[in-house]
Design a protein around this ligand. Structure first.
Ligand code: GLU
Length: 434
């Protein structure tokens, strides 16, 4: 088992594909929320409660850089909802992080946890910085100061961060250590996605990609598609994209396109995903990867294929390119890769979209397993982790599928209906304290 964590391995922040259109991410989330809320006949007070974040924290993070200069970074943590339990969600380090994005991502975490039926609310954090331009020492200082600023927010029973874009296991280790130093005890369960030797879970690193593979196969089965006859294109080659590509290939699918910040890589006959992962391990990016034709990032999304996995960033499928997408299934490995305005276009084309709040929920599901293991102090085998992940993802997929059929809506709205209904019912039982 690999216990080594190299800060520079996975921290290089990757720019999104150069499709400049942007939707306000919180509004984009609300557009879908509104449709589901109306179908559920949500009363006004509950509607307002569920759309409003519980807490929004902005902190300044002064750091003495390696050159001796002091720089101020801005950090955020938004707790969207904590009705189902302690809030849970990743921490993102990226140069364009902003409060609206973090708010949307926090809300998506609330719905995601509810869809896969884990006892957490939703939160998200971020620091506006470019990790690829920071030294490991600077990165550690930012992480520790951010954590120190969040001591009143974080906690095993309050709010539990995890990795997201631009952060990794090492960053989680620093969060755990900083929090533990202040609490005067080792608090492993305050953060998930940690290295194995300090209370991480086997299977956590691969969990989001594994979840993507499980629900993609579920959707393929519904459409009568066989893995051997299925071509897949994956946008994004970080933790989620690369593992998704690797696992669907292991299931027999033909991965014909992959891509990262440097462009798209296409081979009609199929790419060797293992070799691509090896290439990126050595060269950091896919650029120069042999055995594939280089195409643009825009062309990658529009390739003739059966399954498209956008696993890069928000707003990649836009009203402009949605009409040109040829896949039968889109499985959203990233959070918010499809603009709300593109939803009806995909729907009219009959494309089955497995929505982010279901598709990429494997990560937080194994985060939940990690939290449980830390609290009990007893660690599971990889077989147990993967078996339980598979069961929970399949159950969630079937629930979303049948809800969508029942209400005659897309899988996305079906997932929102399940999530909102669960949180709303829990809220009613708990009542409003005042
Ligand atoms: N950042 C991941 C997500 O967006 C994981 C969150 C977690 O494990 O808490 O789902």
């Amino acid at each position: 088992m690999d216990h080594q964590v190299n800060v520079n391995d996975t921290l290089s922040y990757q720019e999104p594909a150069p499709i400049k259109d942007k939707e306000n991410p919180f509004e984009s989330m609300m557009e879908r929320f509104d449709v589901a809320a109306e179908m559920l006949g949500l009363e006004r007070g509950v509607y307002e409660y569920l759309k409003t974040p519980v807490k929004q924290v902005i902190v300044s993070i002064p750091i003495q850089m390696d050159n001796g200069e002091v720089e101020i970074f801005e950090g955020y943590r938004v707790i969207h909802n904590d009705i189902l339990g302690p809030s849970k969600g990743g921490l993102r380090f990226a140069p364009d992080v902003n409060l609206d994005e973090i708010k949307a991502l926090a809300a998506w975490m609330t719905w995601k946890c509810a869809v896969v039926n884990i006892p957490f609310g939703g939160a998200k954090g971020g620091v506006r910085c470019d990790p690829s331009k920071l030294t490991p020492v600077e990165l550690e200082k930012i992480t520790r100061r951010y954590t120190a600023n969040m001591l009143d927010i974080f906690g095993e029973d309050r709010d539990i961060p995890a990795p997201d874009m631009g952060t990794n296991e090492q960053v989680m280790a620093w969060i755990m250590d900083t929090y533990s130093m202040h609490m005067k005890r080792t608090a492993t369960a305050v953060v998930t996605g940690k290295p194995l030797i300090i209370g991480g879970s086997v299977g956590r690193r691969e969990a989001t990609g594994r979840g993507v593979m499980i629900v993609t196969l579920g959707a393929m089965e519904k459409l009568g598609m066989k893995p051997k006859e299925t071509s897949v294109v994956v946008q994004g080659f970080g933790n989620v994209g690369s593992i998704s590509a690797q696992l669907v290939q292991q299931q027999g699918c033909n991965v014909i396109g992959i891509g990262d910040v440097t462009g798209g890589y296409y081979n009609k006959k199929g790419l060797d995903v293992e070799k691509a992962i090896e290439w990126v391990r050595k060269h950091k990016v896919l650029n120069g990867f042999p055995g594939a034709e280089k195409i643009t990032q825009a062309e990658l999304l529009e390739l003739e294929c059966d399954v498209l996995v956008p696993a890069a960033k928000e707003d990649q499928i836009t009203p402009k390119n949605a009409g040109k997408i040829k896949a039968k299934i889109i499985c959203e490995g990233a959070n918010g890769p499809t603009m709300a305005k593109a939803d009806p276009i995909l729907r009219d084309k009959g494309i089955v979209v497995i929505p982010d709040i279901l598709a990429n929920a494997g990560g937080v599901t194994v985060s939940y397993f990690e939290w449980v293991q830390d609290r009990v102090g007893y660690f599971w085998s990889i077989e147990r982790v993967n078996r339980r992940l598979e069961r929970m993802m399949k159950n969630a997929f079937e629930a979303v599928y049948s809800t969508a059929e029942h209400y005659k809506v897309s899988l996305r709205i079906g997932a929102y209906i399940i999530a909102i209904d669960k949180v709303a019912r829990t809220l009613k039982l708990r009542g409003i304290y005042a």
